[in-house]
Design a protein around this ligand. Structure first.
Ligand code: PLP
Length: 433
C-alpha cells in the first residue's frame, strides 16, 4: 500500500498546487477558514472506514464500540462549546454539511408545501433558506416548501423586522429562519421569537457563518430564543466540513424535536455518518472551549472592524454602514463597477474574495458588491495592522477595475475578462508598484 505521491502523483500534484495557492493568497472568503493540523489528522484517519448507521448504542452495524465513544464525546463537546445544558438541549452531529442539515430540519418539522420564511438570498440569505427567482424555484427548499422571503430595509441595510412581522401575519409560515451568508449585523432574536409566537411558527437559527463567534460569546446567543439551531462546522468555527443540528428537548408546537430531527437525519435523508468528520469535529469542539479560541474570535471581530473602518476612510459604501461580525459587504455600484469584475482582478493579484449581491441589485451573476471576511487571515496571524493594509490592497484592485472598465469599449463582462488577461493590461506590474 503506497502513499499518495507514489500511488497517484497526479492527485498529489493538484493538492500541492492548491496548498501553494492557499499559502500565497490573501484568503478573504467569509465562509472559509484554515482548520488545524489536529483536525486534519482526525479527518484523514481510519475513522473513514467504518459504517455506523444509527446513533450511539443503537447501530445497524457491529464493531461500533469506539465510534459510539467518539460520537458521544462529540455530542458532549458540542453542547459544552455552546454553553448548553444537556437536560434542555440535544444535538445531532451527523449532518454531512450545512445544506443537508437545513433540509433535515425542514423534513423534521414540516410537511411538503408547508410555508417557510427566510432571508432572501439577494439580501444576504442562503440558498437553502428557500431561494427562488420570479421564474424558477431554485433551491430544493423552495421546490418542496412554499417560500416567502423577508428582506432588508434597503435604506439601512438592516433586516426589516416590521415588514417581516406584517408578511408573517398574512403568510402564516410554519417556520421562520434567522441566519445569513452575507449579513454584517446581528439578528434581533427576541423580536423574531415574538413574531414566530404571534403566528405559531417554529424559530430556527442557521448560525453557519457565525458559530465560532457565538461559541466565544462575541455576538448574541440564539439559543436563548430559538427552537432549533443549525450550523456548518468549517467556517468561523474552524472545524472540518460538516454540519450540526441542535434541538430543544421540550416538545415545541406538539412536536418532539429530538426524535423528529434524529429520524430526519437517519433514515430520512442520510445513510452512514462520516465518522472521520465527526472525529475532526470533536477535536474542533474541544479547542472551541479554550481561552485561545475565544481570543481568536475576538480578533476575528476586531480585525473585521479595522478593515471596515479603513474601507470607510477610503470612501467605500458598506451595506449597513459597518460590521458587528466577521464580514463586510462593500457596495461598488457608486464607482460604476460590479463585484464580478473586481473579484476577477483581485483574484489575479492573489486576493481571494467573492462577488456578492447588495440590496437593490438586478443581477445575481453580475452583482454590485463584494463580500470580505476576516476568519481565515486571522487564523494565519493577521492583526488589525495587516487588515488595514489589506483594505489598501483591495483599494488598489478596485481602482484598477475602474480603470480597466473604462478602457474596454462596451461593458460586457466577457470583453472585460479578455482585456484584463491581455498584455495591454499588465495587472501584476501595477500591483507591485
Ligand atoms: N447556511 C449558511 C448560512 C451558509 O452560509 C452556508 C454556506 O455557505 C450553508 C448553510 C450551507 O453549507 P454547505 O455549503 O456546507 O452546504
Amino acid at each position: 500500500d503506497h502513499g499518495l505521491s507514489e500511488a497517484d502523483p497526479r492527485v498529489r500534484t493538484i493538492i500541492d498546487k492548491e496548498k501553494q495557492r492557499q499559502f500565497k493568497s490573501l484568503e478573504l472568503i467569509a465562509s472559509e477558514n484554515f482548520t488545524s493540523r489536529a483536525v486534519m489528522e482526525a479527518v484523514g484517519s481510519c475513522l473513514t472506514n467504518k459504517y455506523s448507521e444509527g446513533l450511539p448504542g443503537k447501530r445497524y452495524y457491529g464493531g461500533n464500540e469506539y465510534i459510539d465513544e467518539l460520537e458521544t464525546l462529540c455530542q458532549e463537546r458540542a453542547l459544552a462549546a455552546f454553553h448548553l445544558d444537556g437536560e434542555k438541549w440535544g444535538v445531532n452531529v451527523q449532518p454531512l454539511s450545512g445544506s443537508p442539515a437545513n433540509f433535515e430540519v425542514y423534513t423534521a418539522l414540516l410537511n411538503p408545501h408547508d410555508r417557510i420564511m427566510g432571508l432572501d438570498l439577494p439580501h444576504g440569505g442562503h440558498l437553502s433558506h428557500g431561494f427562488m427567482t420570479p421564474k424558477r424555484r431554485v433551491s430544493g427548499t423552495s421546490i418542496y416548501f412554499e417560500s416567502m422571503p423577508y428582506r432588508l430595509d434597503e435604506s439601512t441595510g438592516i433586516v426589516d423586522y416590521d415588514m417581516l412581522e406584517k408578511t408573517a401575519i398574512l403568510f402564516r409560515p410554519k417556520l421562520i429562519i434567522a441566519g445569513a451568508s452575507a449579513y454584517p449585523r446581528d439578528f434581533d432574536y427576541p423580536r423574531m421569537r415574538k413574531i414566530a409566537d404571534a403566528v405559531g411558527a417554529f424559530l430556527m437559527m442557521d448560525m453557519a457563518h457565525i458559530s465560532g463567534l457565538i461559541a466565544a460569546s462575541v455576538v448574541a446567543d440564539p439559543f436563548e430564543y430559538c427552537d432549533i439551531v443549525t450550523t456548518t462546522t468549517h467556517k468561523s468555527l474552524r472545524g472540518p466540513r460538516g454540519g450540526m443540528i441542535f434541538f430543544t428537548r421540550e416538545p415545541v408546537l406538539g412536536v418532539d424535536l429530538e426524535s423528529a430531527v434524529n429520524n430526519a437525519v437517519f433514515p430520512g435523508l442520510q445513510g452512514g455518518p462520516h465518522n472521520h468528520t465527526i472525529g475532526g469535529l470533536a477535536v474542533c469542539l474541544n479547542y472551541a472551549q479554550s481561552p485561545e479560541f475565544k481570543a481568536y474570535q475576538r480578533k476575528v471581530v476586531s480585525n473585521c472592524r479595522a478593515l471596515a473602518d479603513r474601507l470607510i476612510e477610503l470612501g467605500y459604501k458598506l451595506v449597513s454602514g459597518g460590521t458587528d461580525n466577521h464580514l463586510v459587504l462593500v457596495d461598488l455600484r457608486p464607482l460604476g463597477i460590479d463585484g464580478a469584475r473586481a473579484e476577477k482582478i483581485l483574484d489575479m493579484a492573489s486576493i481571494t474574495l467573492n462577488k456578492n449581491s447588495v440590496p437593490g441589485d438586478k443581477s445575481a451573476l453580475v452583482p454590485g458588491g463584494i463580500r470580505i471576511g476576516s476568519p481565515a487571515m486571522t487564523t494565519r496571524g493577521f492583526t488589525e495592522k495587516e487588515f488595514i493594509a489589506t483594505a489598501d490592497f483591495i483599494h488598489e484592485g478596485v481602482k484598477l477595475t475602474v480603470e480597466a472598465k473604462r478602457s474596454v469599449s462596451g461593458s460586457k463582462l466577457q470583453d472585460f475578462m479578455k482585456f484584463i488577461g491581455s498584455p495591454d493590461f499588465a495587472l501584476m506590474d501595477r500591483v507591485s508598484d
